[in-house]
Design a protein around this ligand. Structure first.
Ligand code: FE2
Length: 356
């Protein structure tokens, strides 16, 4: 039984024309376009679906907000799909649409779906890297590309009030694996049929930078290597797309947690869209760790964010038993399985601030 990753991400937007242009410029392959919907795909077959905000086909949970309205997770077999649906239907309503997708709400009110998915195999051949005395390319130059073409949807990120409760639902009911904990900031989890470091990241709404409101934050697309990423950045910038958060996100940077190099773009579809390359790949031998969030967030950045100035303590421990998560439960921070999100909570208490 395995979930293979994001089969489709469904967005609700105000300006369908502008949002369609964004994904086209971003390098996605257009599949279809009607008056009220644009559909794109990447090499793996994962889709981006863009509809107008409030479209009756999308769940109402985030209807008031521009952004991702629903994540459809792809399942490897009909048997696995049936087993997941049978378990989930014990304690929640499940609706089915004509193409066989099952739709429901997680315990925290987040709308998601499941669908049997024949995920396409992706072909990549990153250029080998040369170093003094370690020649991997002799008389061979690096690949020339015409444009950046995203291969996969690697992860989605949502703000939630109680990231411990949100994680537990994904582990216990969907078979996800806990991968790492950024102490006080959020928690990473990997779908059982994937190897990317994380398929979902739950970010605490209590963070000073976070809205005190659950909802979509960003979606990340996997690329072949840094050349493809930088070509994509150059081409997006030439078309006028920007990253206004680059002072806080670091611009082009490498995370320490997950090792991935990343670059975000402000996304008229809501939140941000991320180009993402050279991430860690994991299997079930991985031992989860808990990190000081500042230490874990960056290995380097091209624009040093203010939180990263000065000494950042090297702080990481293994956390196989998930014990590090306990102090970060937020009672009252969970919605319900009818798609109602929790009420707003206060931002950080002094105690939280100290714990982070
Ligand atoms: Fe990301």
């Amino acid at each position: 039984m395995a979930i293979l990753g994001v089969e489709s991400a469904i967005f609700g937007v105000d300006d369908l024309e502008l949002c369609t242009r964004f994904w086209t410029d971003f390098g996605l392959t257009p599949l279809s376009r009607t008056d009220d919907e644009s559909v794109f795909e990447v090499a793996s077959g994962s889709k981006i679906v863009v509809r107008r905000r409030g479209d009756p086909r999308s769940p109402a949970t985030y209807a008031g907000k521009v952004g991702m309205q629903e994540t459809i997770w792809g399942v490897d077999t009909q048997e696995a799909f049936d087993a997941l649906v049978a378990d989930l239907s014990r304690d929640r309503e499940i609706s089915f649409d004509a193409d066989g997708a099952a739709h429901f709400f997680c315990d925290d009110g987040m709308p998601i779906g499941l669908k049997v998915w024949n995920k396409r195999q992706v072909v990549s051949q990153p250029d080998p890297v040369n170093a003094p005395g370690n020649i991997q390319r002799l008389n061979l130059h690096r690949k020339w590309r015409r444009r950046c073409l995203p291969k996969t949807i690697n992860h989605v990120v949502f703000f939630v009030h109680d990231y411990v409760a949100s994680l537990e639902f994904f582990i216990e009911r969907l078979g996800f694996r806990y991968t790492d904990h950024s102490r006080g900031a959020g928690v990473f989890a990997r779908a059982d049929g994937t190897h990317e470091h994380h398929s979902i990241f739950f970010v605490s709404t209590a963070l000073p930078v976070a809205p005190d409101d659950p909802g979509f934050m960003h979606i990340a697309f996997g690329l072949e290597d840094i050349d493809e990423l930088m070509l994509g950045v150059n081409q997006m910038q030439q078309k006028g797309w920007t990253n206004t958060s680059q002072n806080s996100s670091g611009g082009l940077s490498r995370h320490r947690i997950s090792s991935a190099i990343y670059y975000y773009f402000d996304n008229p579809n809501g939140g941000e869209a991320e180009y993402h390359v050279d991430t860690d790949y994991l299997d079930d031998n991985w031992v989860p760790r808990v990190w000081d969030w500042k230490f874990g967030s960056l290995l380097w950045a091209t624009k040093t964010p203010s939180f990263w100035e000065g000494e950042v303590a090297w702080d990481m421990q293994f956390d196989a038993d998930r014990r590090s998560l306990e102090p970060f439960r937020r009672p009252g921070g969970v919605g319900d399985k009818n798609g109602n999100l929790p009420d707003k909570l206060d931002t950080l208490t002094e105690e939280d601030e100290h714990a982070i």
